[in-house]
Design a protein around this ligand. Sequence first.
Ligand code: ADP
Ligand code: MG
Length: 328
Amino acid sequence: MSEFELIERLLARTRQKRGDVVIGPGDDAAVLAVPKGHQLVAATDTLVEDVHFRLGTAPADLGWKVLAVNLSDLAAMGASPAWAMLSLTLPASDAAFVDALGDGFAALASRYKLALIGGDTTRGPLALGVCVLGLLPDGTALTRSGAKPGDLIYVTGTLGDAAGGLRCLDRNDSDADELMAAPADTREHLVARLNRPEPRIAVGHALRGVASSCIDVSDGLLADLAHICRGSGAGARIDAGSVPRSDALQRLFNPQQALAMALAGGDDYELCFTVAADRANALSGDLARLGCAATRIGRIIEGEGVQVFDDDGSEIHPRQRGWNHFST
Ligand code: ADP
Ligand code: MG
């Protein structure tokens, strides 16, 4: 099957009509109409086999996830998804793979009426890249740089699930026998959190004009919160006991393991944000009504860096802080 037939198959699965797509896929570039009073928000993220996902991951999951990790960046800015471009590098021309990938991508794209407006298709080691474009009312972007000492720190959902899911898939894991003996639905919950993350778009909207800073948790809470600290010129103090962990994670792993995964696991795509103390209650109520509760985990302080305290109030020093591609 030729490159062009593969592209046709992909596009057939992801057709989304939008009035603001002036020229869609098929020409040398796409042309888009940005509505008045809005700013364009752009993000890009790539998934590489063996680095970001395991060999044999279902192509529909890959299609979902490569879009989800990008939408998560838009969520962290408070933006509404509008358009995406997809760069595909495939080892071989495989129609069934492309069909499933397109279906997984479209399952998430259709929720946001996001249009696939173009991309690139090449042969090589399996890798998927997406560039997403979203819209924001002028001047309303959430950033990493607005946190102030005294602000409360929140995180949506639960953390560590994706890291737990990854361990469930690893047959060489030191606890592989124990993990396999656990109820299948517990394992499946964690694996689904790894393969089908939910970008917190609605939360990002609710945070506009309210949160003082925001980031999505892709590399691990400690690493990502440290970006807010650096960006804001402040420090953070978090209470380890308050970091939300799912029942599934706590059923499968001991408390130390679950905490390590929640603090540094990465791949969760929840939002971590800060908010002035006097606005926090109203905001948590709004988020709960959206069906995405946020948990208070600590406070912004003067200084720098992220400090972690246990239930007795003693500082702990987690060995892992988060994921970094180029750390030694
Ligand atoms: P060019 O050679 O001018 O770069 P291509 O042959 O790469 O163009 O692409 C032809 C058209 O198909 C373009 O509009 C491009 O955006 C679209 N396209 C190519 N690959 C993909 C893909 N993976 N997903 C969506 N659109 C794609
Ligand atoms: Mg061209």
